[in-house]
Design a protein around this ligand. Structure first.
Ligand SMILES: NC(=O)c1ccc[n+]([C@@H]2O[C@H](COP(=O)([O-])OP(=O)(O)OC[C@H]3O[C@@H](n4cnc5c(N)ncnc54)[C@H](O)[C@@H]3O)[C@@H](O)[C@H]2O)c1
Length: 321
C-alpha cells in the first residue's frame, strides 16, 4: 500500500484532492495522509490527518516516514491574505518548501509534486494569450503579488536544485486560476471580497442584468479543480523522474461565452439580460498550452466549460466543500 501525503489538505484544492484520492483508494491501493495548519472535518474523515506548520521543521517529526509521494499545496497566496504581510510568503512558501524538501530527502520519498502559480509568466499573455511551459518568467515588480510570485519562483528553483543534486523525482504544476465551488475567503489587494465569477453566478441565479466589462472577446482557460486532481493523480504513478506541466484545458472561453454559460447553467426563474460596458477594464486573457501534460501524463481534460459549471452547481447544492 502506497502512502500519499497531501500538505495544505484543508485548502480549496486540497479538499477536492483528498476527495479524489479517497474515492480511488481501494482501486489503487493507496493510503492517504494529510497535513495542514488548519483543521477540517471533511479531510479528517477521509484521511490520517496531522496538524502541522510547514514553516517549522519540528512539525514534520510526527509524520510517518514510509511515505511514497508528497503533494505540496501548503503555500500561501494573495487571494487568502487580509492585509499585506510579505514575511508570510518568505516563511511559508520558501521556508516551508525547504522543510518539505528536507523531509523528502531524509525519508527517501519517491516523488514530490508542487503547485506553482502561472503568475511567473502571465505577463506574456498580453502579447499572445498562449502560455507555454518553457516561457521565461517575467513580472511586474510594482504589482502587490510580486513578492508572492518571487517566493513561488524561488521555491521552484529550490525544488529543481534538490532534483538535480539528490535525484529526487519531481513534478511541477503551473496553475492558473483553478475553478471550484467552495466557501474560502477570497481577497484582492488585501481585502476580502467576492470573486468576479461568483458575482456573475449570483446575478444569473437572480435573473439580474449582467454587464460584460471591457473586450468581450478576450479568452481565458477555465480549468476545473477535478481535472487538476486528475493531473496530480497521474503524476503520482507515472514512470518518469521529472515533469513540468501547465495546468489547463488548452481552450480559451471568451468573456461573452463565459457569461452566456453561467446564465445557461445557473438561471432560475428569470433570464439575465447581457449588457456591454466596453469602457470598463479588461479581464486577463490566457490559454495554457498543455502539450507536455498530454504527452507525458496522458492527461485529457474531462470537463469542458459547461460541464464544469454543471458540476460546480451540483457541488454547490451538495455543499460538501
Ligand atoms: N487556487 C488557485 O487558483 C491557485 C492558483 C495558482 C497557484 N495556487 C497555489 O496552490 C496553493 C494551493 O491552492 P489553494 O487554492 O488550495 O490554496 P488555499 O489557501 O485554499 O490552501 C492552502 C492550504 O495550505 C494551508 N497552509 C498555509 N500555511 C500553512 C503552513 N504554514 N503549514 C501548513 N499548512 C499551511 C492553509 O491552511 C490551506 O488549507 C496556493 O497556496 C497557491 O500558492 C493556487
Amino acid at each position: 500500500m502506497k502512502k500519499i501525503l497531501i500538505l495544505g489538505a484543508s485548502g480549496a484544492i486540497g479538499k477536492y484532492l483528498v476527495d479524489y484520492f479517497y474515492e480511488k483508494k481501494q482501486e489503487f491501493n493507496i493510503s492517504l495522509i494529510t497535513g495542514d495548519i488548519k483543521e477540517c472535518n471533511f479531510v479528517e474523515q477521509r484521511s490520517d490527518f496531522f496538524h502541522l506548520d510547514v514553516s517549522k521543521n519540528g512539525s514534520f517529526e510526527q509524520l510517518p516516514k514510509d511515505i511514497y509521494a508528497v503533494i505540496d499545496l501548503a503555500t500561501t497566496m494573495p487571494a487568502r491574505m487580509v492585509g499585506y504581510d510579505p514575511k508570510q510568503y518568505i516563511d511559508i512558501n520558501i521556508g516551508g518548501t525547504y522543510n518539505v524538501l528536507e523531509f523528502c530527502k531524509s525519508n527517501n520519498i519517491d516523488r514530490l509534486l508542487f503547485a506553482q502559480t502561472f503568475g511567473d509568466i502571465l505577463q506574456h499573455s498580453e502579447k499572445d494569450p498562449l502560455l507555454k511551459v518553457d516561457m521565461i518568467p517575467i513580472q511586474d515588480y510594482s504589482d502587490n503579488k510580486s513578492v508572492y510570485i518571487t517566493t513561488m519562483n524561488t521555491s521552484v528553483e529550490l525544488i529543481k536544485c534538490y532534483h538535480a543534486i539528490f535525484k529526487m523525482k519531481t513534478f511541477l504544476f503551473r496553475l492558473p486560476t483553478i475553478y471550484n465551488w467552495d466557501t474560502n475567503i477570497y481577497c484582492e489587494n488585501g481585502e476580502a471580497t467576492t470573486m468576479a465569477w461568483r458575482i456573475l453566478v449570483e446575478q444569473a441565479t437572480k435573473g439580474e442584468d449582467i454587464h460584460v466589462w471591457g473586450d468581450p472577446n478576450r479568452k481565458k482557460d477555465m480549468v476545473y479543480v477535478k481535472d487538476l486532481c486528475q493531473m496530480f493523480y497521474k503524476a503520482c504513478f507515472i514512470n518518469r523522474d521529472w515533469g513540468f506541466y501547465n495546468v489547463g484545458t488548452g481552450v480559451g472561453i471568451s468573456l461573452l461565452d463565459q457569461i452566456k454559460g453561467i446564465i445557461e447553467v445557473f438561471k432560475e426563474e428569470n433570464q439575465s439580460r447581457i449588457l456591454f460596458s466596453p469602457e470598463m477594464r479588461n479581464a486577463p486573457q490566457y490559454i495554457m498550452c498543455i502539450d507536455e501534460a498530454k504527452e507525458e501524463l496522458g492527461y485529457e481534460p474531462l470537463y469542458n466549460y459547461i460541464d464544469m459549471l454543471k458540476d460546480m452547481k451540483k457541488e454547490r447544492d451538495l455543499n460538501r466543500f
